[in-house]
Design a protein around this ligand. Sequence first.
Ligand code: PAF
Length: 282
Amino acid sequence: MNTVDTLPQLRAAIAGARSEGKRIALVPTMGNLHAGHIALINQAVERADFVVASIFVNPLQFGPNEDLDSYPRTLAADQSKLLEAGCNLLFTPDAQVMYPQGMAQHTIVSVPGVSTGLCGGSRPGHFDGVSTVVCKLLNMVQPDIALFGEKDYQQLAVIRKMVADLNMPVQVFGVPIVRDHDGLALSSRNGYLNPQQRANAPALQQSMQAVKAQIINGNRDYAALFEQLDRDLQTAGFRLDYVELRDALSLQPADVQSTQLVLLAAAYLGSTRLIDNLIFDL
Ligand code: PAF
């Protein structure tokens, strides 16, 4: 596996793979790779002949008081995991390569509708940063397919809409959440948790499972269900950011016609913000 950090090097490596008729997959990441990322690489290896991963901690998608500076950077460990998983090329641009004129004057790709509310409500500008950098990475690599984790469910919806609206010639695949033995969704941010918080963290998923079970059993008193979830989370030391039930396909608020639903939540344990979602049929 080669690691390249400039655009000419990237383009040369991609041109080589293309000239051999290879089907190219892109897995964009911010590094600090865990089994969730490796599941994306595994899917990419199955679906393509040449797998490109990118690692770029994108400053454009972090708010002023967020964890850009402390976000874990673990390049050597990431490289060995990618190599072992069968990745062919790693692109590790820096901000100068991605935003040569700086971010302030850069063109912004903004996806209306699905970017608002949920995480977009709590993190203003976040999804503009995501859609802009993903648009750039897709243009740089020009893959046949691109893979993203379903843990960032809203992000996946934003990217799907951007690709459709801009007629980008790439097929987007969502890959299911990978969970730890106790149900906690894998996330690079889990590493911020102290031992006590880590022990309490599965409560997020457990309280969501309880809501899901009630809904499947016919309970439609969402306000009461969400109040109970909030209480359960507070008992485990969380501060709820949001919990919502949405249509899994449109990401619009669920209505009587919704047959596939997604329960989405974000909550803070100390200063660490965790997100999770459960997709289910009615
Ligand atoms: O999900 C992530 O790691 C990031 O938001 C992404 C898609 C790599 C864009 O920076």
